[in-house]
Design a protein around this ligand. Structure first.
Ligand code: AMP
Ligand code: ZN
Length: 490
């Protein structure tokens, strides 16, 4: 196999670099996962979708069995404790319930399951082991039941976010606490009260800080050093900076991961979508309610809407963008419908994605494939299908067939589609009628009988047949150009 030409923008160096895995037989990626206390919002969906595309691309380039993708579940956190208390349920009930909805949401967005989804509460031993190493090597200290990371003990601290210590102190909301030696020092372990979740440790019963969780889980499943670490841009500082500090100091390494990738923010009217601002829309409500734009949105549409913007740019989230993505899904559904599997993904699509996930450029190629498919090019249809699969846009017929038949002319008597489009439409119509329990032969013969009645100006009979079809849920239209078409009514 030739060496893949993947290039990745690395936050660590602020440049686009050729991707060279440590071990091409096991390419390793870690992405910070959700804190499971509440439904995920559509901003949270962005890293899920972006890194799923990267996961799929890496599998395509290196082979599915040669890529390990770890996305953690943070199931110990003070936000979780507070929410469980507020709702009067146990922490376990809250995290289980939230995780279940999260898993359903990401599946609906077309994301593959990561290779592993470790839970923080199952990695307490590794967290304690890392903290112990940090204490022994002089990078952490205990104070007042807490263990803190001693930031000035690491001269390269701030390398990822490129901030000096003074800037960080000035810019960050630093928790002031009497037990801290330095303002930037952060908590690795803290004591738990009787009613708070806690684990026995060398420093008494307590619980971990947030940052140590990711150092422990990435170490457990990917080793001391791995290839790619991802997350949203807001995680660069302090979360990723602190992960690097912990892992590099504990394992005496220069780096924790070689490539750091960060997605841009999803915004609503120029502001970051976030739980604290209260301007968020959950993935769940977009999928399952009609609150946003008056309709339920298929996961494929949300995914496409997200990927139309390059992952490092901000996205302005609008209903209009969703509607546009919907039309594109419908167009690609028709253009690839029934196309045989097995075509290779065209090189231009792969090359676009290899260029720091240029999904926009890949979509330009796919629009061209759709156009060629419409002109009867069967290879283009198959290549479009293969490209859709690579990007994770498996367009579910249940989402698009009905919509298609409602909005597009299905049978044009004397229509002018190209033979391949006419054939696709015929097949769609047949499948759809079967799905709604109607017989194609019966619908065809009624439409033919009505045309005969109209030809002999028997308007009463023509209207009677129109009503009979209407009762079956089929609307007949006589068009200005002399053609007759029908649509399925809802
Ligand atoms: P959180 O639950 O805030 O820890 O976020 C989980 C993931 O979603 C992290 O990778 C965040 O960087 C990312 N994220 C949160 N809000 C947004 C947003 N508005 N746009 C893009 N990514 C976000
Ligand atoms: Zn993390």
């Amino acid at each position: 196999m030739s060496t893949p030409a993947l290039k990745i923008y690395n936050t660590l160096t602020r440049t686009k670099e050729a991707f060279r895995p440590i071990d091409p037989a096991n390419v390793r990626m870690y992405v910070c996962g959700p804190t499971v206390y509440d439904y995920a919002h559509i901003g949270n969906a962005r890293p899920l979708i972006v890194f799923d595309v990267l996961f799929r691309l890496l599998r395509h380039l290196y082979g599915a069995e040669h890529v390990t993708y770890v996305r953690n579940i943070t199931d110990v956190d003070d936000k979780i404790n507070a929410r469980a208390a507020e709702r009067g349920i146990s922490i376990r009930e809250l995290t289980e319930e939230t995780n279940k909805v999260f898993q359903e949401d990401v599946k609906a967005l077309g994301c593959l399951e990561p290779t592993m989804q470790p839970r923080a509460t199952e990695h307490i031993a590794q967290m304690i082991a890392i903290i112990e190493r940090l204490i022994v090597s002089g990078h952490a200290y205990t104070a007042d039941g807490h263990v803190l990371f001693d930031v000035p003990s690491m001269p390269s601290y701030g390398r990822l976010s490129r901030r000096s210590l003074d800037e960080m102190i000035a810019g960050a909301r630093v928790d002031v606490a009497p037990y801290k030696r330095g303002d930037m020092d952060f908590v690795l372990w803290k004591p738990s009260k009787e009613n708070e979740p806690g684990w026995e440790s060398p420093w008494g019963r307590g619980r971990p800080g947030w940052h140590i969780e990711c150092s422990a889980m990435s170490w457990a499943h990917l080793g001391e050093i791995f290839d790619i670490h991802g997350g949203g841009i807001d995680l660069v500082f302090p979360h990723h900076e602190n992960e690097i500090a912990q892992s590099c100091c504990a394992f005496d390494r220069e780096v924790m991961a070689n490539y750091w990738m960060h997605n841009g923010f999803l915004q609503v009217e120029g502001e970051k979508m976030s739980k604290s601002l209260g301007n968020f829309v959950t993935i769940h409500e977009l999928l399952h309610t009609e609150k946003f734009g008056g309709r339920k949105w298929p996961g494929e549409v949300l995914r496409l809407a997200m990927l139309r913007t390059h992952y490092r740019q901000p996205i302005d989230w609008t209903v209009k963008a969703l509607e546009e993505a919907f039309s594109t899904c419908v167009e690609w559904f028709v253009s690839s419908y029934g196309a045989p599997l097995g075509a290779e993904v065209p090189n231009e699509v792969v090359v676009s994605l290899e260029d720091d996930l240029n999904t926009h450029a890949a979509f330009t190629v796919m629009h061209e494939l759709a156009r060629r498919s419409g002109r009867g090019d069967a290879l283009a249809a198959s290549q479009l299908r293969a490209s859709l699969d690579l990007i994770g846009l498996s367009l579910n017929p249940a989402h698009f067939e009905g919509f298609l038949i409602l909005t597009r002319v299905v049978t044009r008597v004397g229509g002018d589609e190209s033979p391949s489009v006419a054939e696709t439409l015929r097949r769609l119509r047949r499948d759809y009628l079967t799905a709604i329990g109607q017989s194609e032969a019966e619908v065809d013969s009624l439409i033919a009988a009505r045309l005969t009645a109209r030809a002999s100006k028997n308007w009463a009979e023509s209207d009677r047949i129109r009503d009979e079809l209407a009762a079956m849920g089929i609307a007949v239209k006589d068009n200005k150009d002399g053609t007759t078409t029908w649509e399925v009514k809802r």
